[in-house]
Write a protein that binds this ligand. Structure first.
Ligand code: PLP
Length: 471
């Protein structure tokens, strides 16, 4: 593609993008396709000769777009959102145009220093401990992996990094039974083994019971295990239960354990003073992760890891072969040493654009709208005689189900799954589910950039339309 064509197509694409942003609510949220449908439309072999941009784009519209789930649709209520915004998209365009690889300060000084600054902004705006230092990772899974690896190296005095396991280590990590699967996965990767993730009981609100944690640690100590780390959840994935991070931090302090707080989704809410009850800056923690790529209008991917002791993190990951050495190494942050990846994208640019375009107050306004809409949904569900809410709603995730006292759990689970599938099949809204105490429930997560009362009302109607089918 020559420079002239690039300009032409770029303009066309920007128009397409602007149209998409205006009309994203008119697509079916999830596509009606079967496995293999897209694959079969793609040729067996890569083209040997150049194809025109028109042809490529035509196939994008004809083959790819109909196979997409529209995550930015205002009635996408599944999983947790991966919401984006106009300023974030514009920043991505610049990032890919500059094409910088931001592994060290020298490889793009502005990228490194902007990252340092915006993460300070966010730390302070969220009321986190002012001594914490941040680094952007691709995902919360990676950030948690980094935290547990650092905990392992702190406990072993870096001996496992050097010589590997001796076979005598019996490390244990603790979380609630509602922990995100990325923690189980990290246990495998860090070499501790997923069976050594002790899943502590939860209370009625599905938050970790600190007494049960203390007991689990004590029992393990008596049995010859070495407690290493506790991963608490500020907002579990099933129901956004808020673990008591202050008490957990104190227990970690008492036993000398690493405390990692997984606030992947709910961490964004700390921007609201009225949500600070979840966690204040007095909480004792060694690391904390939250995903601007979930609820902070920054398109995937962008996950922020804060740590109390940067040296611990850097000593765990730093690798400086001759070809990576630079003159400034002693005076700058080389973020390649703060995590798994060597090469790094310029993600700080997105955060900068988003924070400046909205202003913190603009972001807060959107979050407050989400919380308000969630209250409305909670009221609708609570006032319906055949529906019930199955978990407390500290933020904007409502776990609810159809209920009929004459039916068994199994029957109810079946009917609720059918209900959700029938709603999703309309393409007008999209939900995903979880199970709480064995009860299948639909999760209604209200965190879309452009969700409004209109989508809530329409989706409620849709749910009601599909509901009678059950009887
Ligand atoms: C979504 C989520 C994760 C995983 O996030 P990724 O960035 O996709 O790795 C981890 N923990 C919790 C609590 C989550 O909700």
């Amino acid at each position: 593609m020559n420079k002239k064509d690039f300009r032409k197509h770029a303009h066309q694409l920007v128009d397409w993008m602007a149209d998409y942003m205006e009309n994203k609510g008119s697509y079916p949220v999830s596509p009606k396709v079967q496995p293999g449908d897209i694959y079969q439309q793609l040729p067996d072999n890569a083209p040997n000769l150049p194809e025109s941009f028109e042809d490529i784009f035509q196939d994008f519209e004809k083959i790819i777009l109909p196979g997409m789930t529209h995550w930015q649709h205002p009635a996408f209520f599944g999983y947790f959102p991966a919401n984006n915004s106009e300023p974030s998209i514009l920043a991505e365009m610049l990032m890919s145009t500059l094409g910088a690889q931001c592994m060290s300060w020298l490889t793009s000084p502005a990228a490194t220093e902007l990252e340092e600054r915006v993460l300070e902004w966010l730390r302070d705006a969220k009321g986190l401990n002012v001594s914490w230092k941040g680094v952007i990772q691709d995902t919360a899974s990676t950030a948690t992996l980094c935290a547990i690896l650092s905990a392992r190296e702190r406990a072993s005095n870096f001996s496992i990094n050097k010589g590997g396991f001796t076979g005598k280590e019996k490390y244990r990590v603790y979380s609630s039974s509602h922990v995100h699967s990325s923690v189980d996965k990290a246990m495998r990767i860090v070499g501790l083994g997923e069976e050594n993730l002790v899943k502590v009981a939860v209370d009625k609100s599905f938050a970790m019971d600190p007494n049960a944690l203390r007991e689990a640690i004590s029992t393990d100590l008596l049995s010859g295990f070495t407690p290493l780390c506790v991963v608490s959840a500020l907002g579990t994935t099933s129901s956004t239960a808020i673990d008591p991070v202050k008490e957990i931090g104190e227990i970690c302090d008492e036993f000398g354990l690493w405390h990692h707080i997984d606030a992947a989704y709910a961490g964004t809410a700390l921007l609201l003073p009225e949500c600070r009850w979840m966690m204040d800056d007095m909480v004792k923690a060694d690391s904390y992760v939250f995903n601007p790529h979930k609820w902070m209008f920054t398109n995937f991917d962008c996950s922020v890891l804060y740590v109390k002791d940067v040296d611990q993190l850097v000593n765990t990951f730093s690798m400086t072969p001759e070809y990576l050495k630079t003159e400034q190494d002693e005076h700058v942050n080389n973020y390649r040493d703060w995590g798994v990846q060597l090469g790094r994208r310029f993600r700080a640019l997105k955060l900068w654009f988003v924070i400046r375009s909205y202003g913190l107050e603009g972001i807060r306004e959107k979050l407050r709208l989400h919380l308000f809409l969630s209250k409305k949904v909670a009221n609708l569900v609570e006032n319906h005689k055949n529906l019930e809410v199955l978990a407390p709603i500290p933020l904007n995730t409502i776990c609810f189900r159809f209920v009929d006292k004459s039916l068994s759990q199994e029957q109810l689970n079946f009917l609720n799954a059918k209900w959700m599938q029938s709603v999703n099949a309309t393409g007008k809204a999209f939900f995903t589910h979880t199970k709480l105490d064995g009860n299948y429930c639909i999760r209604w997560v209200i965190g879309q950039t452009d969700v409004s009362i209109k989508e809530i009302d329409r989706t409620w109607e849709l749910l009601m339309e599909q509901l009678p089918e059950l009887n």
